[in-house]
Design a protein around this ligand. Sequence first.
Ligand code: BES
Ligand code: ZN
Ligand code: ZN
Length: 500
Amino acid sequence: MKLNVKAGDITKQDVDAIVINLFEGVSKPEGATKSVNESINDTITSLIESGEIRGKAGELTLIHTQDSIKPKRVLVAGLGPKEKFDQDVIRAISGSIVRFLNSKRIKTYATMLHGEGIGSIKPGIAARSIAEGTILGAYKFRTHKSEKVKQYIDQVTVLAVDDANIDSIQHGVDEGVTIATSVSLARDLVNQPANYMTPSDLVDIATEICDGTDLELQVLDESRMKQLKMGALLGVAKGSVVPPKMIIIKYSGDPKNLDNNIGLIGKGITFDSGGISIKPSGGMAAMKGDMAGAASVISAMKAIAALKPKINVTVIAAATENMPGGNAQKPGDVVVAMDGTTIEVDNTDAEGRLVLSDAVSYGVQLGLTRIVDVATLTGAIEIALGKVTTGAFSNNSELVNQVIKAGKEAGEKIWELPTFDEYRELYKSDIADLKNVGGRQAGSITGAMFIGEFAKEVAWVHLDIASTSTSPKTSGLLTRGATGIPVRTLIYLVLALSKG
Ligand code: BES
Ligand code: ZN
Ligand code: ZN
């Protein structure tokens, strides 16, 4: 599927369908919708009068033009109420549009620039949102189907009324394509079954991303991890026959200011059986996606390398399986983390915080001044926030607010939960410095704070994506399966930080 940008009269385009829009409650459309309505004998206004078209968010009405204009079809897309209109409405409707037209086996369509005319959204931003929504809405994981599901749409034109903003629209589409391509990559990695996505497979993906770019890749293998005394990560890896890998990717966008940096650290459990504290078999297959944090930080880096912001970014992905092999660590074992902290492993299924403790210590040692870790850490986060919102936890209000703001712009909802000192009592061990579970209370908070212990004085945010990294349904720009959350937030965050 190709996206291109053009200026011109929408009724004169040589495409299978044209897409126009309507806000809820509007009976006399303006702009492109008005001119299309006039050229097709007021069909749209008649449908509004009869109540068939109401402009509800997500409403799609297909009209056949019967040779009154060149395009054979007009699709009227409802944008909902004007007061609620923002870039995320554009993303969602763009996703619904591409799926709808694809189901009609249409090859080409031109869409007006949603949001043009209502001053609040700049043309470049609207164009970026259309590109993101269109590519992500069309996403399908087809790899293992013998009969490939066909993608009919091969060209989408974003149409401007005139040449005035054409450069910023083109720039917006290009940026949107780059971002959405990274999100699609993250979705692929998460959807991929664990027998195709081992730690070494993740290394291969990272290698492909870095090849031919300025990105610098480094992979720590098991023996190097032993030298570095990463006992917490190695303890998790012991139960599996596949070797763990720590993937480090560096982007130097501001080499003269080394402190202008951020670390993006991801949990990369390529399969979480629970280990000896084994999970129930029902639903265990979903644990192929326990590397969504690693997938998101690696994928975000692909876009960052292309967008070239003025900031230094280090990605660290801690990849291993969590398996109950004969050599697996046992509940009650004590491991020594890289920074010397002793940890009682009370439950081998709380492995994410163990691998992340060493990944975060490694990041601190590298001199990172800001750390955002991303992890499918706890089932409890779904109880707290449902499938709608990612949980944020932090030791630094400035950084967490920047992350939440980036999420808002990206259309990925994030909400902060507390990290009060009183919760620390819950994960103190009788026989070691810490234990890896905090009991029934505040499960997501104690998991997060455990990781935060290893960030020390460094500004740190933890994002728990256990509930938001997958979606049970297809809707808007989401498709059933992996969501690619929070790739867009990470990219928007890095772009915002690079601008000071
Ligand atoms: N990978 C899981 C968390 C998870 C649950 C991710 C559901 C995606 C969907 C994590 O490693 C885990 O097992 N956490 C335990 C922690 C508990 C033992 C303290 C959990 O949430 O039950
Ligand atoms: Zn687990
Ligand atoms: Zn896990």
